[in-house]
Design a protein around this ligand. Structure first.
Ligand code: ADP
Ligand code: MG
Length: 353
C-alpha cells in the first residue's frame, strides 16, 4: 500500500543492505554500492567479554594477541554461536555507515541477509541488534534470496531460477519462483572446509602442518574444481611434524584439486539433490536460464565447469559474486512491491519509530 509519509522519508533516508556472512560482512547503500567489506571477526577481552575491535582490525589480531584477548568469528558455521558479539559487530557496522552519511536524519532502513539455518531466536537477536544500532526499519531476508536479487535473477517471475551461494561456512542452494524459495538446501561445507581439506592433505601426504591463512592462500592461488589449461605449482610453508622444523614444499594444482575433492563433491551433491527435489516445470526453466553461482567460493577456478559437467546445464558465476547478497539486500528497498513479495513470512515485524 502506498504510504506518503514513507515515500517522503524514503527520499532522504539511508537504505542499507547488510550481508551478515560467516566470513565477511558487507554493507551496501542504495545508489552508492558497497561501502563496507570486512571480515566477520570480533576481538574481545577474554575475561570481561568486552569487544575491543571489529572487522579487519580484529582479524589482524589473530595469533598475535596477548592471552587476555581472543579474536572470534561469531557466525563461523552459519549459526550465531556468539549472540552479544554478533550484536556488537552489527552495531559497529551500522553506526559506521550512518556516521559517514551527511544526512543525520532520518535513521536508516535496513535489510539484512542472514544464513537460512538461523533459528527464530537468532533472527530476533539480529533484528533487535539492528534496531538498537539505530535502524528505523529492519527486514530480514534469506541470504540466497538476496544473492539471487543481487545477481539479477528474475526471482519475482513465474519461471524458475537457481542460486548456489558458496560462502565461508555454508553453501546454500535455492530454487526461486514467484518471489519465493521453492526448494533449498544448506550444508556446512564451503570455503572454510576447503581450507581444512588442504591442511589435512598437507599433513597426511607431507607431514607438513600448515596454518589456516596459508591453506586459504593456496586455495586462492592454485585451488580448482576442474583440470586447468595450465596446471600450476606454488611453495607451501609449514612446520614439519617429524623434525619440528619449518619447511617449504612445492605443491601442484593437481594435488590441491585432489585435496579439495571431498568438499567440491559435497557441493556438487547438494546441487544435484536440490535439482532432484525441484518440480519438473522449474527444472525445464533452469535448463534455459542455467544455474548461478554466488559468494566467494564461487570463484574457485573451474568449479562452474565441474558443476556444469555434472548437472549438464549451463552454470555461470555472478558478476562480483562476493557482493551479491549485500547489493541484493539494498536493492530490495527500492521497490516496496518486491519487498513485500520476497520478505513474506520472514519479516519479524518491521518497526517504525
Ligand atoms: P560468507 O558469505 O560466508 O561471509 P563469502 O561469500 O564472503 O562468505 O566467501 C568467503 C569464502 O570465499 C572464503 O572461504 C574465501 O576463501 C573464499 N574465496 C574467496 N575468493 C576465492 C577464490 N578466488 N577462490 C576460491 N575461494 C575463494
Ligand atoms: Mg554469504
Amino acid at each position: 500500500m502506498f504510504n506518503p509519509l514513507n515515500a517522503i522519508l524514503g527520499l532522504f533516508s539511508l537504505d542499507i543492505g547488510i550481508d551478515l556472512g560467516t566470513a565477511n560482512t558487507l554493507v551496501a547503500v542504495r545508489n552508492k554500492g558497497v561501502v563496507i567489506n570486512e571480515p566477520s571477526w570480533v576481538a574481545i577481552n577474554k575475561r570481561t567479554r568486552e569487544p575491543l575491535a571489529v572487522g579487519a582490525e580484529a582479524r589482524e589480531m589473530v595469533g598475535r594477541t596477548p592471552a587476555t584477548i581472543v579474536a572470534i568469528r561469531p557466525l563461523r558455521d552459519g549459526v550465531i554461536s556468539e549472540f552479544e558479539i554478533t550484536e556488537a559487530m552489527l552495531e559497529y557496522f551500522i553506526t559506521k555507515v550512518h556516521a559517514r552519511s551527511f544526512v543525520p536524519f532520518p535513521r536508516p532502513r535496513v535489510v539484512i541477509g542472514i544464513p537460512s539455518g538461523v533459528t527464530e531466536v537468532e533472527k530476533r537477536a539480529v533484528f533487535d541488534a539492528a534496531i538498537s544500532a539505530g535502524a528505523r526499519e529492519v527486514h530480514l531476508i534469506e541470504e540466497p534470496m538476496a544473492a539471487a536479487i543481487g545477481a539479477g535473477l528474475p526471482v519475482a517471475e513465474s519461471r524458475g531460477s537457481m542460486v548456489v551461494d558458496i560462502g565461508g561456512g555454508t553453501t546454500e542452494v535455492a530454487v526461486f519462483a514467484m518471489g519465493g524459495i521453492v526448494v533449498s538446501r544448506s550444508i556446512r561445507v564451503a570455503g572454510d572446509e576447503m581450507d581444512e581439506d588442504i591442511m589435512a592433505y598437507m599433513r597426511s601426504k607431507y607431514n607438513l602442518l600448515v596454518g589456516e591463512r596459508m591453506a586459504e592462500r593456496v586455495k586462492l592461488r592454485i585451488g580448482s574444481g576442474y583440470p586447468l589449461k595450465e596446471e600450476l605449482t606454488m611453495p607451501v610453508r609449514g612446520r614439519n611434524l617429524i623434525t619440528g622444523l619449518p619447511q617449504e614444499i612445492d605443491v601442484s594444482s593437481i594435488e590441491i584439486r585432489e585435496a579439495l575433492a571431498p568438499s567440491v563433491n559435497m557441493i556438487v551433491d547438494a546441487v544435484k539433490d536440490t535439482l532432484d527435489d525441484t518440480p519438473p516445470e522449474l527444472v525445464a526453466d533452469l535448463m534455459d536460464i542455467g544455474v548461478c553461482l554466488a559468494g566467494g567460493g564461487a570463484q574457485l577456478q573451474g568449479l562452474a565447469n565441474r558443476l556444469a559437467e555434472e548437472i549438464r546445464m549451463h552454470v555461470w558465476v555472478a558478476e562480483d559474486s562476493m557482493t551479491c547478497v549485500a547489493r541484493g539486500a539494498s536493492k530490495i528497498l527500492e521497490n516496496y512491491e518486491m519487498l513485500h513479495k520476497v520478505l513474506v513470512g520472514l519479516e519479524r515485524g518491521s518497526t517504525h519509530h
